[in-house]
Design a protein around this ligand. Structure first.
Ligand code: ADP
Ligand code: MG
Length: 263
């Protein structure tokens, strides 16, 4: 972490200011004036149905696509102007990334670490540590093409955190995983959180955010329509479960001003 700007975090580590991404001349509002602050050390869940704008939000924050309007900063670094610094302090598990299937797990992680400028010895130690955590040590020299979905996801997760980032973005991290692999992912999130990392998880699955997140934001049609703890959201919607709240919110009109806790 760079220290010269680390004093700028008092109002939140991730500050998203009216961030928008439109496609097809504005016909598709993938992300629509998103305004949100995520605090240092927080695990925040971006929850929303398919097509809500979750992946687009994470891609914007990681500089993979450019906003139509608005901006965001991470630890004081502007996602557009300071893209390189943002990259160095953030790790992203993308939704459907390409994997170099013809590389072994170790080689793939070596490549990813080298892209982040990690030195050879330090990198080797780090890779072995990660492979042990993910229970992949005995498969480290096998080609990724022979890996199951769960094993690939573990390798991708390892690559997302190889440079020990302060901020971790996980896009649908447990999608397609069996319960055991999903548990490993959740354990990783918890252990990263215990180490003070700031984590933003996107998911359309309620149990994932319910178990892991300090606060959640419900996103629907590109708009953030509720932000708070799960208890807050249940209280405000007068529902007993997050599932009921989610349906009540996403079934209604997201621009309704009758929702007092609207972001
Ligand atoms: N490159 C693109 N071109 C056109 N529309 C896009 C593009 N990327 C995303 N969208 C649209 O933006 C909306 C949000 O997509 P996405 O962020 O992938 O949602 P989520 O991850 O919540 O399922 C969807 O309507 C999707 O079709
Ligand atoms: Mg998505």
């Amino acid at each position: 972490m760079q220290t010269n700007k680390s004093l700028n975090i008092s109002n939140g580590l991730i500050q998203i200011k009216d961030l928008s991404k439109y496609y097809s001349n504005g016909r598709i509002r993938a992300v629509d004036e998103l305004r949100l602050t995520i605090h240092q050390g927080e695990t925040f869940g971006l929850l929303g149905p398919n097509g809500a704008g979750k992946t687009t939000t994470l891609r914007l924050l990681n500089g993979l696509i450019k906003p139509t309007n608005g901006t965001a900063s991470i630890n004081g670094f502007d996602i557009l102007k300071d893209a390189q610094q943002v990259k160095s302090i953030c790790g992203l598990l993308a939704e459907s990334p390409g994997v170099h299937a013809k590389l072994s797990a170790f080689e793939f992680l070596e490549l990813m670490g080298a892209l982040y400028g990690l030195r050879k010895n330090e990198l080797k130690t780090r890779i072995n540590e990660l492979l042990t955590f993910f229970d992949l040590s005995d498969r480290k020299n096998d080609l990724i093409e022979g890996f199951s979905t769960g094993m690939r996801q573990k390798v991708l997760l390892a690559s997302a955190i190889i440079h020990n980032p302060e901020v971790i973005f996980l896009d649908e991290p447990t999608a397609g995983l069996d319960p055991r692999a999903a548990r490993t992912v959740k354990e990783l999130v918890k252990s990263m959180s215990e180490r003070g990392k700031t984590i933003l998880i996107s998911s359309h699955r309620l149990p994932v955010v319910e178990e892991l997140c300090d606060r959640i934001g419900i996103i629907h049609k590109g708009q953030l329509i509720a932000v708070g703890t799960i208890t807050d959201i249940k209280e405000q919607t007068q529902t007993k479960t997050l599932e009921e709240a989610f349906i009540a919110i996403t079934g209604g009109n997201p621009s309704s001003s009758s929702l007092p806790w609207r972001a």
